[in-house]
Structures are given as C-alpha cells and as structure tokens.
Design a binder for this molecule. Structure first.
Ligand SMILES: [Zn+2]
Length: 206
C-alpha cells in the first residue's frame, strides 16, 4: 500500500493561501489522520509538492503560488508522517534501481501540476513499480493535481483508491467531471474511516 499525499501545502490549503482551494479546511483533520497512521504503521507515503520559481510558465495559467522558500510552498503537516524521508527535486534523475520502500516518506517536487512531471517518480512509473499496487490518493485539488495523480496511477495499472473526504477541488463542475473521469478509469472511491479501518485490521501488508 502506498499513500499519495497530493500538494497539501499552505498556498492551497489555507483560507488565505495564494491559490486557496475552497473548503480545503474541512479535510485538514482527515489528512492529518491519514498521515499520522502512515507514520504509525510504516506505510510508504509519497507527498507531491509544487516548488516554483517566481517566473515559472505555470503562472501564465494559475496565479503565482508555492514559490520555493516561502511559507506557502511548505507542507501544512511538515512533520508528518513520522518516517525517514527522502526529498526528490523535480529534476532528480530517474534511478534504474529505485523502488518504493515500506516505512519511508518521499517528497517529490514539481514545477507543473502533474506530479509525474517529476523525473524520479515518472521513472518509477515507467518501471512498472505501481502496477498492481494499492494506491491511496488524497489532497488537492481534485480537478488538477489529484486528477493527474489518480489517472496517471490508473494508467500505470495501480489499484487506485480516492479518499473522497480527504480531497477538494477548485471548481464544482470541473471537480465532478474529474471524479467521473477517474471513476471511468477504474479509480475506486473510499473514505478516511474506511482506509483507517482497513489498515488497523490488516496492518501494512505491503
Ligand atoms: Zn503549481
């Protein structure tokens, strides 16, 4: 089992963030619960993180956000999960021997909204590391980064579970379209409680 904690950064999650996702406050405690249990049970967790330069091309589409070195770019639960961590910059080389290890936290940076733009992560996907893996996806925003994560993993053959009460989108219509698109791609929908129950019942059997 692998957790995907998508872009849970101050600029998206805080009401006064530079690119605040509406209602993101309401999923904070669920995200905290998921990251906490990941630490407790040693569940491999991949956190994606927008890490922009002030003049990044993405700012032609979105207002400036998550500029590296600012608080807005930091993860809201910076200390979670409590696991040994590895930081992978957006251009970190794809490692031919890389694999996702149980009990580790990987923080992957990116400059565009698709987390698979991170070379290291894309390398893993190309190596089929996610094929058949149970991937639990949560974070923001449903209609952009979460969508790219869910669809990218489904395409890679993963068993993808979207934690409905731990994701939020930017706009109502694009969010419901994205949910539908993910469902069509085979993504299953779950809740924070269901994920917690499953973990407590089975442990981490990765
Ligand atoms: Zn961004």
């Amino acid at each position: 089992m692998i957790f995907f904690d998508v872009d849970t950064q101050h600029d998206f999650m805080d009401t006064d963030g530079a690119l605040a996702v509406p209602d993101a406050q309401s999923i904070r405690s669920n995200i905290e619960a998921l990251l906490t249990i990941a630490g407790r049970k040693g569940i491999a967790t991949i956190s994606s993180r927008c890490a922009h330069d002030p003049d990044d091309p993405e700012f032609k589409i979105f207002p400036p956000h998550c500029i590296e070195g600012t608080r807005g770019a930091e993860r809201i639960f910076a200390e979670l999960p409590e696991l040994p961590r590895e930081e992978l910059s957006f251009d970190a080389a794809a490692d031919p021997d890389a694999r996702i290890e149980t009990g580790r936290h990987y923080i992957v940076s990116k400059k565009v909204f698709d987390l698979f733009s991170n070379a290291w992560l894309d390398g893993l996907r190309r190596k089929d590391v996610f094929n058949g893996q149970e991937c639990i996806v949560f974070g923001v925003a449903t209609d952009y980064c979460v969508r790219a994560c869910g669809l990218g993993l489904a395409e890679a053959g993963a068993k993808v579970y979207l934690v409905e009460d731990a994701v939020r989108g930017v706009a109502t219509e694009s969010t419901s379209d994205s949910l539908q698109e993910m469902r069509t791609a085979g993504v299953q929908f779950t809740t924070t409680d269901e994920v917690m129950k499953k973990i407590l019942k089975t442990g981490n059997n990765q």
